[in-house]
Design a protein around this ligand. Structure first.
Ligand code: PLP
Length: 402
């Protein structure tokens, strides 16, 4: 089809694909009447997903935020405790800390990987610090060796927020198996989905037992309707688990298709100086591609908005990076990175592009070409050198992607 042959199909940022056993499994739930939070798919999904990640225990729950909340509670995090959280993440990472009554302390991002910068952890630790949450942002594994070594030295626990990284690995081990406890999300735009859903993974029997009790109103596992502690209703339904299991069966194929999409975007955008691509993986990292995300060398968030509007007018949906959490109203009073931070810079310049299984090469090139053109129209305002208003030199990042 030529450029002018009429309207082309809209490209959303994300879209789930149900091309496996989803229908059959959901029908099984309906026909058996097991549609609530008891039923065979729940244990199957838990065991299969934990096994996939190389972890002993999987505890399914209602969403990724409740998974994070349960993971923190499983470690005994509570009021008065401090938890170090990357500032560049989805707000749920910090909200879960607040749900425990604990206080987030925000750590800045590494400008190359966009993940938390482990060299900045030291000054953040106080006698109240109990844990560090790492986020495998956009599917790239966080620097686990550095974080785990730091945590061991300071007697801290580590939680993986793996909501964006199903199937990613670090030094040959899957995310979800790299810390004390991990939380996954199966929201509709994630790599695999249950509609809404989450899971806690851990190798620790005690954490697993505590999480399982807390997600079901605190019921005594030996005695029905006896509640020795205050718990939550954070259960997953059999229907959600049925969809999740069918999605899990497709995960490797999905990851393969997403890797291909990422490769097409890179080929399309590699020559565009104003678009900073994700840095190539190191030998330690086996990333997955959640949303293919880039950073625009534009002078402001408004300029980014103008680029995104241009794409939207062509039916191409994009998404800005998360704003740095320490800038959000509920979090401005908590300790955050020094000003100006890498997290704010990325948060105001980053854009996620359509990334979903079923995109054709033509779709990817259409989005990539539209981005190139839109960024170029901003070019008169772009000096060739890195921006003077940018707090951090990005030429080194550019050098890595060329
Ligand atoms: C999606 C996401 C969550 C929350 O998951 P929900 O299922 O939407 O509650 C948490 N952390 C990160 C990094 C996410 O991307």
């Amino acid at each position: 089809m030529s450029e002018n042959s009429g309207r082309r199909r809209p490209l959303p940022v994300a879209a789930p694909l149900f091309d496996g056993n989803e229908r059959a499994y959901v029908l099984e739930c309906v026909e058996s009447t097991w549609v609530s939070s008891i039923g065979p798919f729940i244990a199957r999904f838990e065991q299969e997903f934990a096994g996939y990640c190389g972890v002993t225990h999987g505890i399914a729950c209602s969403n990724g935020t409740t998974a994070l909340h349960l993971a923190l509670l499983g470690l005994g995090i509570g009021p008065g405790d401090e938890v170090i959280v990357p500032s560049l993440s989805y707000v749920a990472t910090a909200n879960a800390v607040r749900h425990c009554g604990a206080e987030p302390v925000f750590v800045d991002s590494d400008q190359v990987t966009w993940n938390l910068d482990p060299t900045l952890l030291d000054p953040l630790v106080t006698e109240r610090t109990k844990a560090i949450i790492v986020v495998h942002l956009y599917g790239r594994p966080a620097p686990m060796d550095a974080v785990n070594a730091f945590a061991r030295r300071h007697g801290l626990r580590v939680i993986e927020d793996a909501a964006e990284a199903h199937g990613a690995a670090y030094r040959g081990r899957r995310v979800g198996s790299l810390a004390d406890v991990a939380a996954f999300s199966f929201f509709g735009n994630k790599i695999i989905t249950c509609g809404e859903g989450g899971m806690v993974l851990t190798d620790d029997d005690e954490i697993a037992a505590r999480v399982r009790q807390l997600k079901g109103q605190g019921q005594d596992p030996q005695r029905r309707y006896w509640f020795p502690i205050v718990g939550y209703n954070y259960r997953m339904t059999n229907v959600q688990a049925a969809i999740g299991l069918a999605q899990l069966e497709r995960l490797d194929a999905f990851l393969h298709a997403r890797a291909e999409i990422a490769r097409w975007y890179r080929e399309c955008l590699v020559e565009t100086a104003a678009v900073v691509l994700p840095a190539p993986a190191t030998d330690d990292e086996t990333p997955v591609n959640w949303l293919f995300s880039v950073v625009l060398r534009v002078e402001s968030a408004q300029a980014r908005e103008a680029v995104m509007t241009k794409l939207r007018q062509q039916g191409i949906d994009t998404r800005p990076f998360f704003p740095a959490i320490h800038q959000l109203p509920p979090y401005v009073s908590f300790r955050g990175p020094a000003d100006p931070s890498v997290a704010e810079w990325l948060g105001s310049r980053g854009v996620s592009l359509p990334t979903w299984v079923g995109m054709t090469r033509e779709d990817v090139e259409r989005a990539g070409d539209a981005l190139r053109t839109a960024v170029k129209t901003m070019a008169p305002k772009l000096p060739t050198e890195a921006r003077s208003d940018a707090p951090h030199e990005l030429r080194s990042v550019g050098a890595r992607v060329r």
